[in-house]
Write a protein that binds this ligand. Sequence first.
Ligand code: BDP
Length: 764
Amino acid sequence: MPSHLPPPTGAGRREFRATLLLALAFACVNAPGARAGDGHRLWLRYVPVHGVWRARYRRAATELISQNGAPGTRAAHRLRSRAPSATLRAAQSELLRGLTGLLGRPPRLSPRVTTNGAILIGTPRSSALIRSLPLDLAPTGTQGYLIRTLQVHGHRTIVIAARRDIGVLYGAFAFLRLIQTRRPIEHLDMVSRPKIRHRVLDFWDNLDGTVERGYAGDSLWKWGELPEYLSPRYTDFARACASIGINGVVLDNVNASPVILEPLYLEKVAALAQVLRPYGIRVYLSVPFSEPIALGKLKSADPLDPAVQGWWARKVSEIYRDIPDFGGFLMKANSEGQPGPSDYGRTQAEGANLLARALAPHHGIVMWRTFLYSTSPGAEDRIRQAYDVFKPLDGKFQDNVILQVKNGPLDFQPREPFHPLFGAMPRTNLMLELEITKEYLGHQTSFTYLGPLYQEVLRSDTWAAGPGSTVARIIDGSLYGERETAIAGVANIGSDRNWCGSIFNQANWYVFGRMAWDPTASARAIAQEWVRMTFTNQAAFVRPVVRMMMRSREAAVDYMDPLGLASQMAAGTHFGPGPWVHPGKGFPSEWSSTYYSRADAQGIGFDRTATGSDAVAQYSPHVAAEFASLAHCPTDLLLWFHHLPWNYRMRSGRTLWDSLVSHYDRGVTAVKRMRTTWSRLARYVDPQRYRLTADFLTIQVRDAEWWRDASIAYFRSISHRPLPPGAAPPPEPLKTYEAFCIPYVEGTPGTGPACPPADIPVPR
Ligand code: BDP
């Protein structure tokens, strides 16, 4: 990335004075009373520390040295005359903002270490003083940082150093996090570097401002205002991303509009890139494969056609002229109606390599999605298709192609086994795609922390190269030694004041970033960190809330898709139950719930063993044997792999039917408990954030009961079995649930009402 070189030199004192004023301004903003509890400040609230901690932190952080080094040396003089890069300025300003808020006063800005309790930041290039210290920065790599307490000129100093400016910014956030979470900072010795190179948020934002599967308002990007007006929200967004190490943003929907590559829009993209650049964030674009036809007026988009190749090469050069650090393209091809190389009888590799060759001279990458299935009548088990198409292409992709693989073989369901492509393509770069927006998990109102889901997939052992071949080790490149490593999350960020539609949805953005940095990190530890930063460090709050978070995803699985069921949601909106959704005219079986549950009078579940679709054979033999065996298949994936009779005896001794019902009940009970727990915590939270969460939990209790009642009513009509003792019968007949439909749901733009207007009673 080009560093933004220096505004005017000799800023010296003038700059200090300006920064001091800035610090005072932050102090005012951070004054009690000015703090609205609307969630806008995310986990970067920097509220004052009180008690003994404050005194300790104040002692350890009294002055900030951010620009250069030991005055008097020639090198220092040379360097001092150079103003810091935009990235270093961002690091300094974040430390000022953070320390001022947390400690109630700004640190003194100084050109050199004059006292115990100094904080010195920079790189060997930016600071002669850092260069003079005995620091081994090699372990920090190109993006990491080191934080160490050292004696500098006889004074105890906290050094935040890195080889590149971006590492210093990451280090500044990490240092603030220590204070935000009340860690001692007297004797620091930390080194951290990201395990994955590209840590990317995918926005499914349309250019008309709507967001596909977005539940937090409209798009964050105001295309009509760009490039002239750069909303301050862009900078706050970039700060939040940098605080957790996210370094890439795909700006537009995977169902892409060709308009995005028009010069008019590229100018807007360049303006956004400029705002994001100091925070280490590169922009990427989703583009349709047929772009040369739509924009270039060519007759074809055939990847082997020299005219098409030339068109892409020229277009890519044009992009790099204005955006020299452009990241590259994200491509959804031959999927759900999108054009792609198979339209020309070419392979996915030939398609991906077309773009890769155009991007390679500029060091750009292609993130080529493997989410691909055909909905032709009689198509085999949908979940087999991506593997069948891509596995034979292993080793056929250019080095700058990364295949972007969803966590599971279906589609971001509440629970899926890991995708069998992980471990199956040792000669191809593979990245993981997670969904942060809760498309299949209750949208913005459900309290569902996704850390456990991400952790589950990252820790899944593919056995591809023997035990310990986890998904994390495949995507971080440590198993097969890929050079290009990446991870993407479909963003849940929009124009809502609180960014994510609810306060607790912010935790999903946060955990994505933290796990992208370190895919072996623990979901629980990250939840703790987030709660402390977002709310309070009081144990009486942190403990129960972290427990709620850690239980919340399983609760949703229990009341939506227990025991390995999948895709039982309402069609189209994916909100609320729809286990009765059958294939129909214009509605392929691969989108229907009954296709996945396979529920019939005898039993329920999808046989994916050798007697069924044999999808299980796509896993390595050890894993396949485990999934295929009734004795060893994890209970929570049972119906994903097996079709079993309703009276099948579970390991618990219960019948399958009884167990299914009890999972639905368990899910409802868990959500009710969450609501009760939260109701006892009002005194720890400002009224606004308390209320929003409390009311959303009430909505979620209603939705969980709706799911439970509707699902039990439907499956009982198929199994014809009595409810187990103690289970309450659904209050309404099945037909009421089937008829009920929410006509409009946020996040499904471009479609009409999901159901025709009708006078249907609301189920109780
Ligand atoms: C599905 C979404 C759809 C996306 C698609 C994708 O329902 O809106 O376009 O994934 O990932 O889950 O391409």
